[in-house]
Design a protein around this ligand. Structure first.
Ligand code: ATP
Ligand code: ZN
Length: 283
């Protein structure tokens, strides 16, 4: 039985549970219980505060956990980062009052910086040779300069609107963060095998999201060009149409190249292009 720690409520909760669901794992989830067992996979889910997850994984109370990279680095426990999950994206940044003239990191010298991320901030300051005072507080960091508690802050940012409403401007990004799957370094062979199965499923879900299934009709004289644009997993499927001189091409296209590929396909005379989402993709 593999034990996974996830945030019990907050920004990572829903995406974490959705991911398990997309992996076909159904939870016996009596609301707000401390733990839930999966019906159809050897997994037990522990619901915890995100700050506690690295410690629990390190101690082996949980075998694996889903946590923001920011928390993982801040807690600095000797545990593995096994997979970047692509949700919970944010950045850890330094912000100063809007009115401050800020030219570069050396302007932080001698300032008092409020944060809940003192480990990461100290690392950053040391690397940049900056001597500044870190004032560790446990929450509402963004109001610290306004009430005279600090000169600057170091906090998580996504849109920047919280900074703006508190009269602050973002001046340095010190970490780009997203949720990661973390694991204890000494998993039993049995749990390692369960983790591998889970990773195969996570990979299938994530790969599917990054790709689309594409079907189109192509004039035979352009098949080489069109197939070149759509290498697919191994190679595209090409089936003759009943109409002489035409074929149906089926393949997979990456989300990142999507529009560029569509434009070129049209230039090569492709018609009737249909694009479908993929639910799972095992390559
Ligand atoms: P807990 O009660 O579990 O301690 P919390 O209040 O510390 O919750 P949340 O605000 O729910 O934590 O954030 C959890 C994680 O979500 C953060 O550690 C970070 O990785 C990620 N995240 C994504 N966007 C943001 C954001 N704009 N602000 C804060 N965290 C964000
Ligand atoms: Zn927290």
């Amino acid at each position: 039985m593999l034990k996974i720690a996830v945030q019990k409520s907050g920004r990572l909760y829903e995406d974490s549970i959705r991911l398990l669901k997309e992996c076909g794992i159904e939870l016996n989830n009596g609301n707000k219980q401390l733990k839930a067992a999966a019906f159809n996979f050897p997994l037990e889910v522990y619901f915890l505060r995100d700050d506690d997850i690295p410690q629990y994984v390190y101690d082996g109370v949980a075998d694996i956990g889903i946590v923001g990279e920011n928390v993982l680095l801040e807690k600095a426990k000797d545990i593995d980062r096994v997979y970047r999950l692509g949700f919970g994206k944010c950045r850890l940044s330094i912000a100063v009052p809007k009115a401050m003239q800020y030219k570069g990191v050396s302007d932080l010298k001698g300032l008092k910086i409020a944060t809940t991320y003192s480990t990461i901030l100290q690392d950053y300051l040391t690397k940049n040779n900056i001597d500044a005072e870190i004032h560790e507080i446990s929450g509402s960091v963004e109001i610290a300069p306004g009430i005279g508690l600090a000169d600057a802050i170091c906090d998580l940012v996504s849109s920047g609107s919280t900074l703006f409403t508190n009269g602050l401007k973002e001046v340095e990004v010190i970490l780009q963060s997203e949720a990661v799957l973390t694991a204890n370094k000494k998993l039993s062979a049995e749990n390692r095998a369960i983790l591998d199965k889970l990773l195969l499923r996570i990979n299938a879900v994530k790969t599917a999201k990054n790709n689309k299934y594409i079907l189109l009709n192509a004039p035979n004289k352009q098949l080489k060009n069109i197939a070149g644009l759509l290498p697919g997993i191994k190679s595209p499927t090409i089936v003759p149409l009943q109409e002489e001189g035409w074929s149906s091409v089926q393949s997979v296209v990456n989300e990142n190249d999507f529009w560029e590929v569509i434009e070129k396909l049209k230039e090569f005379g492709a018609e009737g292009i249909i694009v479908l989402p993929i639910e799972k993709m095992i390559v």
